[in-house]
Every structure is written in C-alpha cells, then in structure tokens.
Design a protein around this ligand. Structure first.
Ligand code: NAD
Length: 368
C-alpha cells in the first residue's frame, strides 16, 4: 500500500516524515482528524523492524486518539508520533529538540506528549523547541503523573456499570478483581476499598502486591494465573492488553469487565460480542481510561487539578450514554462508544462551517 492509500483507508488528514541526520532522528507524525481541535497524542519511541510497521502503528494509534478525545468530550483531534530506532542507543537532547522543531513547524495542528519509550524528561527537551507539548512535570507547572486521574475515571466507569447492571452504583460489599496494581491499579484499589468493596488483586511484581495489601483494608492477593477465575462482580484489567480473549472469556465469573488497560479485547468486535453473549457488560476501555488524556489536555489551559478531576468524573455519564446507545440500537457497547465519538465529530465539525467572526481567545488560535 502507498502512503496515500493507507491514509485514505482510514481518512487520515496528514502524515509527516521527519529526518535529522546529525541526531539520527527518524520520526513519523500522523494527524488523523482535527474536526474538534488540534490533534493530541503521545510520541512513541520504538525499534520497529520495518518502516511500514512504524507507519501502520502511527496511523492506527492516531485514529484511536480521535475516538478517545471525542468520546471524552475534549475539543481535541487525534494524532500520534513515532520515533524509529532503539531508544537506549539513540536518545539524546539533540534528537528530542530536533523532533520538537518539527512539531513546532506544524503550528499547533499536532500537540505531542510522552508515550511508550519516552518520558516526561524527554518532553522537557521537546518543550525547549515547541509550545505544542503537554504532560510536563508538576515542577515545571505541568500536570505530572496522570495515573491518579486515570484511576478516578476508571472508578467512575465501574460505578456507572454497576448502576446499569444492578440499579445501584454502591460498591459496599461488592467484589472486584483488579489485574495489575501498578500506577493506576493501586489508586483504583484505594477508591474501591474506601467504598467498602472486597478487592482481589494480582501482579507479577510481588512488591506491588505487598504495597496494596499493606496499604488498604479488604484486599486479598491471588495469583496472576487465577485472577480470571475469581467469583466477583467486576473484573478490572489494569495491566496488559488482549486479556479478554477466547481462552479467558469462558473462565470469567463477573457481570462487568471495566479496567484501565488499553486494548483489553484481543479482537475488538469478536470479543465484545462474546462478552455480550455471556451477559457480561463491557465498559469500553478507551472511554473509561480517558482520565489520563483529560489530565494532559487540561494542562493546555493552565493545569488545574480540580477541573481535571471534575472532568474525569464525567466519565460516569459518558459510559451511561454508551450503554443507552447500545441498548437502543442493539449493538455492542464497543460499537456504541465508536458511534458516540463519530456523532460528536460529525455534529461539532458541521457547526464549524458557520463563520462566527473572529475570537480573540486562545481557542480561536487553535490551542484548544
Ligand atoms: P504500570 O506499569 O504502572 O502498572 C502495570 C502493572 O501491571 C505493573 O505493576 C505490572 O507488574 C503488572 N503486570 C504486568 N503484567 C502482568 C500480568 N500478567 N498479571 C498481573 N499483573 C501484571 O502501568 P499503569 O500506568 O498502571 O497502566 C496500567 C494500564 O492502564 C496499562 O495498560 C496502560 O496502558 C493503561 N493506561 C494507563 C494510563 C495512565 O495514566 N497511567 C492511562 C491510560 C491507560
């Protein structure tokens, strides 16, 4: 497939190849859709075997960001960047500053952030060359670690799912199995136990298990192999992707799957349907884990923790709307989430056809 064929397959607006011989920078920036606002998405540093793999990845990930931002109610579009090469060998100040200059050259159409293989520190180099970077440390006035806000959004998504299935959102006496108690899982367990839930946890890192068992009441550790078999109300994957698959679905003894991990379903539609057939409600991952994105997006307006937390709490209402769409249209919750996002992009994109005069405001300049 040529680059244009790949772009037209999923309606991408723009793909930029960036090269700097001295620093070794080879990057691809993909802007999928800017109907709602500038394209926001992290910069992944990965040692791709082939250039085509990098292009495929950046096109897929940037499209995912369009849906995530739209469903979260953000005035942002979808974009992503990949830097090709071994991060251990290639990372340098010059490389990230060169990357920052390319981002700046896009004049705000794309806003970058950290992702797999890049860190907040790397973004501080990027920031030396561009205004269009977010996810900066708290010390520099940024939003810092997004995981507490991600955990809050996931917790709200769990409550909305319980309300939908049982008519009562209360976690008192409910059983929740949390797979992975790292940055997000730990904070999620904190919310759940505070509300009186019995929480089963697992992690391959025994230190993380010890920390969660020691810090919260009502927590019981199980092995990573048996977490799928726990008799519970909610299974919350907060570690890896593709954990809901042909092998695990028959083992589940829950009525809700709702966790922070990305790409929880191994095959999106197939496994969304398989959960539905087993009468297990699936909270679409990209919707309930959007707290992190909401947090970094908030930084663009001058970071305000309270506002970010309030916005993330709105995930409860968004998840409920998705369940309503799924019920009315007899589609999976996964399809319903995509529909909700597409409708917002269409309807808000359409009103922008009306000339509304000039606004002397940062929104008018496309910052947000
Ligand atoms: P993390 O690395 O801090 O935590 C993941 C935890 O999962 C670790 O403790 C790890 O040891 C454990 N783990 C790995 N493999 C496991 C297995 N097979 N069984 C049990 N535990 C296992 O990552 P995080 O920031 O907490 O993110 C968790 C998930 O949520 C990831 O999928 C991430 O992509 C997603 N997510 C995170 C954020 C965020 O704000 N951090 C935002 C959106 C999505």
């Amino acid at each position: 497939m040529t680059v244009f064929e790949s772009m037209s397959a999923r309606d991408h607006e723009q793909v930029i190849h960036c090269f700097d011989r001295e620093s070794g920078l080879k990057a691809i920036i993909a802007i999928h859709n800017t109907a709602l606002g500038p394209a926001l998405g992290g910069c992944r540093f990965w040692n791709y075997e082939k250039e085509e793999d990098a292009l495929r990845d950046v096109l897929r990930l940037s499209r995912g960001m369009t849906y995530k931002s739209a469903a979260a109610g953000l005035n942002l579009g979808g974009g992503k960047a990949v830097i090709i090469g071994d991060p251990k060998r290639l990372k340098s100040e010059a490389l990230f500053r060169a990357y920052g200059r390319f981002v700046q050259g896009l004049g705000g159409r794309y806003i970058t952030a950290e992702d797999v293989g890049t860190t907040v520190r790397d973004m501080e180099w990027v920031r030396m060359e561009t205004d269009f970077v977010t996810g900066i440390s708290r010390a520099l006035g940024g939003s810092g670690d997004p995981s507490p806000v991600t955990a809050l959004g996931t917790y709200e998504g769990i409550k909305a799912s319980l309300k939908w299935t049982t008519g009562n959102e209360s976690l008192e006496g409910k059983k929740v199995a949390v797979q992975g108690v790292g940055a997000v899982g730990y904070h999620l367990v904190q919310h759940l136990t505070r509300d009186g839930a019995k929480v089963f946890i697992c992690d391959i890192d025994t230190e993380n298990v010890k920390r969660a068992v020691g810090d919260f009441r009502g927590v019981e550790a199980v092995s990573p192999e048996t977490i799928y078999d726990v008799d519970c109300d909610v299974f919350a994957p907060c570690a890896l992707g593709a954990v809901i698959n042909d092998k695990t679905i028959p083992r589940l003894k829950c009525s809700v799957v709702a966790g922070s991990a990305n790409n929880i379903l191994e095959k999106e539609e197939k496994h969304a349907k398989a959960l539905e057939e087993r009468d297990i409600l699936y909270a679409p991952d990209y919707v309930i884990n959007a707290g992190g994105l909401i947090n970094v997006a908030n930084e663009l307006e001058g970071y305000n923790r309270e506002r970010a937390v309030q916005h993330a709490a709105g995930i409860y209402a968004i998840v409920t709307s998705i369940y309503e769409i799924a019920r009315e249209e007899k589609i999976t919750t996964n399809e319903a989430a995509n529909k909700l996002a597409e409708r917002r992009i269409r309807s808000i994109g359409r009103i922008k056809h009306t000339f509304a005069g000039v606004r002397l405001h940062k929104r008018a300049r496309g910052i947000i």
